[in-house]
Ligand binder design. Structure first.
Ligand code: GDP
Ligand code: MN
Length: 390
């Protein structure tokens, strides 16, 4: 599989993060995923879950507890009632397509523990607070001293002093040294092996029997690493429900939805060019519906697919294409556009600027496409489009 070309951190859902936690031997509750309102009590019984249960909305956002996305059920009737109201509802603007049902844990204390990538220091950083849970943001804002923060030297790895510092600074004391060290080593393994930007457990629960339990989890992954993380690609593909984003991704294109309903789409083989196109169009008060980044070395078949996907965006009737033909050859591009336009329905216009390898051959092909207008530069293209809409 080829690498994905564009950096866009992947934020896993709680249940996905917890699957990775379990893989690394981090303690999580027994659970089951529900994505259907029917047959719930059977599913729960089959999974061997015992009441009381916690029902948690799976959306890529924190603060679910405060927004009503974490609920408790004592019996089947309550579970059904909560599922009926929560599943497929909207929580903070996101549709809840899955519920995580877990056995309710007993809680003595809620801690906060994370490892994140400190980009300034080019090192992982461990954050810990003995007052974790739903109010961690307030703690961070009003009482930052209550959060122990310590860098991990990436060459030597997670040394004992990191754990000792956390125990001492946070006030939990050395009694938890072994348990904290154990969980941190597991988190650090996950952090490195999955190219994480963040591995967070909040709350990290101390149970009545003093065992540690990951009650909630966040794992953010650098998507440049996805080419070597097939299990995570599977997670990602189950997350994004914008059909054109998914379709484009299957072809290794990056499709970025922008202003819904606008008539103009842009396409290029480079994000810098795409940003220039968007900025210059915006300057002329023209909104852009979506952008598609082809990446490098596209063949005519792939160009045709890219044009088809972009023009499939509802409302789009004008596609502005700028190509610098290096490995991507201009005649391949022109051929691809021609193929796509032969299949296109409705009244669509292509405004195209091409430069580089096989430009002349490409221009000859462009001349034979009735819907295509060739321009000499980005600015010329923007002027052409502005004239069409004024
Ligand atoms: P968040 O609000 O999105 O961060 O969701 P969490 O999963 O962190 O849950 C929020 C809060 O609900 C936690 O901090 C706990 O106080 C409470 N909670 C969640 N699960 C359980 C559980 O199994 N048992 C108990 N007693 N409380 C829970
Ligand atoms: Mn949480």
């Amino acid at each position: 599989m080829k690498p994905y070309g564009v950096v866009n951190d992947l934020k896993l859902l709680e249940y996905q993060a917890k699957e990775l936690f379990a893989k690394y031997g981090i303690n999580v509750q027994k659970s089951e995923i529900i994505s259907d309102k029917a047959g719930i009590s059977e599913t729960i019984a089959f999974a061997g879950l015992e009441y009381p249960l916690v029902i948690k909305a799976q959306v890529q956002i924190g603060g679910r507890g405060k927004a009503g996305g974490v609920r408790f059920a004592e019996n089947t009737a309550q579970l059904q009632e909560i599922t009926d109201s929560l599943l497929f509802s909207e929580l903070k603007g996101l549709v809840v397509n899955k519920l995580l049902v877990e056995e309710k844990a007993d809680i003595k204390t809620e801690w906060y523990l994370s490892i994140l990538l400190d980009r300034d220091k080019k090192s992982p950083r461990v954050l810990f607070s003995a007052s974790g849970g739903v109010d961690i943001e307030e703690t961070a804002a009003n009482n930052p001293e209550a959060i122990a923060s310590v860098l991990v030297n990436p060459l030597t790895g997670l040394s004992d002093y990191v754990v000792r510092y956390v125990c001492s600074k946070s006030g939990i004391g050395d009694g938890y040294f072994d348990k904290l060290k154990d969980i941190l080593i597991r988190m650090y393994g996950l952090f490195l092996e999955y190219s994480c930007i963040l591995v967070e457990i909040n709350p990290l629960v101390v149970k009545e029997d003093d065992k540690l339990l990951a009650l909630d989890g966040k794992v953010d992954i650098d998507d440049s690493a996805l080419f070597r993380l097939p299990d995570v690609v599977k997670y990602r593909d189950s997350l994004d429900d914008h059909p054109l984003v998914v379709e484009a991704r299957l072809q290794r294109f990056l499709y970025i939805p922008l202003k819904t309903g606008s008539k103009v789409a842009v396409m290029s083989n480079g994000s810098g060019m795409i940003m220039s196109m968007i900025d210059l169009l915006n300057k002329e008060k023209i909104e852009v519906s979506c952008a598609l980044d082809l990446g490098g070395g596209a063949t005519s078949e792939r160009i045709a697919e890219a044009v088809r996907i972009t023009l499939a965006t509802p409302g789009v009737d004008t596609l502005f294409i700028c190509i610098f033909g290096g490995i991507t050859r201009c005649d391949e591009v022109a051929d691809g556009i021609k193929k796509a336009m032969e299949q296109a329905e409705g009244n669509k216009t292509i405004v195209i600027r091409m430069e580089g390898t096989n430009k002349n051959r490409g221009m000859e092909i462009i001349k034979t496409i009735p819907e295509a207008v060739s321009v000499t530069g980005i600015v010329d293209g923007v002027k052409t489009i502005t004239r069409r809409f004024s």
